[in-house]
Ligand binder design. Structure first.
Ligand code: NAD
Length: 365
């Protein structure tokens, strides 16, 4: 199993190192063989090669079964032209690898219920999955532009516009991802329900979305489908988030709802993500960024990255047992009381990045 490892910037190398430790231990326990190949990405790649996504990095990612990604972004490069900014690397990878499905679980371990801004009884045991379409919708529609002077300035322009658009195949493939995920989760005791989030009452694009999702549902009689308007979904996510199982939605609504859901769990340092293409190959990364404010201090929480590696084992490498072992090990270290600073109660003892990684490795056994 070939894994391209792209640590990136800021805390990226620190947290990816801990996920790699976990993968190395799993090789011994489960008799697996991972071929890990490293490459520069983001600001680090710009510094070393003059581009945030060098050709060699892209080729490595394309040839791999999966990509383990840290994070990109570095304030030193904020004044570069847009095409050379570190963040362009992740957009380039999504586009070139055809990563159209973004899977973000929002999972709150009971041990961390106090870290959420919602009441513990509303969120304790929360375990939902948001499936966001990643390469269509208003973010990629044509035409897009502004009616303005040729110099491109907004000042004084009479209007600006973007176009919302989805094609049938784009909706069908993301709906299949959602129904299949619901089926996998059902086997693990979840409700087997997909909530398709739209704005069909106002937007033609999302009436079409709703109709196509309903058609695809015919292939999944074991899964329940419900439809919900996005404004109601935003409300229900904070009112009774545990009522959801799998949420599937378009790019823009998914962008907003997945960030909302991530905060239910209290810390961005806990949340993994997967971005998959049609062949189930994918890029796995924590939901957070490069956290330049804490980079190099050895205090970042590596659990989101370790849990991203677990998603990689499950979705791209077909290693369910190894994935479950990682998730159980993470739960174990939390139960044992280990906390990095971001998930600790004020005044409580904390551990650093490497100690947290070592504890997960020990708990794998
Ligand atoms: P951020 O997620 O990097 O940080 C937000 C806050 O959360 C900071 O206080 C940070 O210290 C904290 N935090 C994040 N991850 C943590 C962890 N694992 N453990 C403990 N604390 C953690 O978001 P930001 O500050 O808005 O962005 C910083 C840089 O990251 C920017 O350059 C941004 O463009 C980039 N970014 C990259 C990605 C990506 O690589 N996919 C995603 C989001 C942001």
């Amino acid at each position: 199993m070939k894994i391209a490892v792209l640590p990136g910037d800021g805390i990226g190398p620190e947290i990816v190192a801990e996920a790699v430790k976990v993968l190395q231990r799993l090789q011994a326990i489960h008799g697996l063989r991972f071929e890990l190949e490293y490459a520069d990405v983001g600001g680090t790649a710009y510094t070393n090669h003059g581009h945030p996504l060098p050709e060699a990095t892209l080729r490595l990612a394309q040839a791999a079964d999966a990509v383990l990604f840290g994070s990109v972004g570095d304030p030193r490069y904020d004044n570069l032209e847009r095409a050379l900014r570190p963040e362009q690397a992740i957009l380039g990878l999504r586009k070139n690898l055809g990563l159209f499905a973004n899977l973000r679980p929002a999972l709150l371990y009971a041990e961390l219920a106090d870290a959420s801004s919602l009441k513990p009884e509303v969120v304790a045991g929360l375990d939902i999955l948001i499936v966001r379409e990643l390469t269509g919708d208003i973010y990629f529609g044509q035409p897009r532009g502004r009616r303005t002077a040729p110099d491109g300035a907004f000042a004084g322009a009479p209007e600006a516009f973007d176009t919302m658009r989805y094609s049938r195949p784009e909706i069908e493939r993301i709906a299949h991802v959602a129904f299949q995920a619901a089926r996998t989760r059902r086997a693990a005791g979840h409700a087997g329900r997909v909530t398709s989030v739209d704005k069909a009452n106002v937007l033609e694009t999302f009436q079409f979305w709703k109709d196509v999702v309903t058609e695809v549902h015919k292939d999944y009689p074991d899964i329940t489908l419900e439809h919900m308007y996005v404004d109601n979904a935003a409300m229900q996510l904070v009112r009774a988030p545990k009522k959801f199982d799998v949420i599937v939605t378009g790019n823009m609504f998914g962008d907003i709802l997945s960030d909302e859901a991530s905060m239910l769990t209290g810390s961005i340092g806990m949340l993994p993500s997967a971005s998959l293409n049609a062949e189930q190959r994918g890029l796995y990364e924590p939901s957070h960024g490069s956290a330049p404010d804490i980079a190099g201090r050895g205090i970042a929480n590596p659990l989101a990255t370790i849990l991203s590696a677990a998603m990689m084992l499950r979705y791209s490498l077909g290693q369910d047992a190894a994935a479950a072992r990682v998730e159980t090990a993470v739960q174990q270290v939390l139960r044992d009381g280990l906390r990095t600073a971001d998930i600790a109660q004020p005044g409580a003892a904390t551990v650093g990045t490497a100690a947290m990684g070592d504890a997960v490795v020990a708990a794998l056994d």
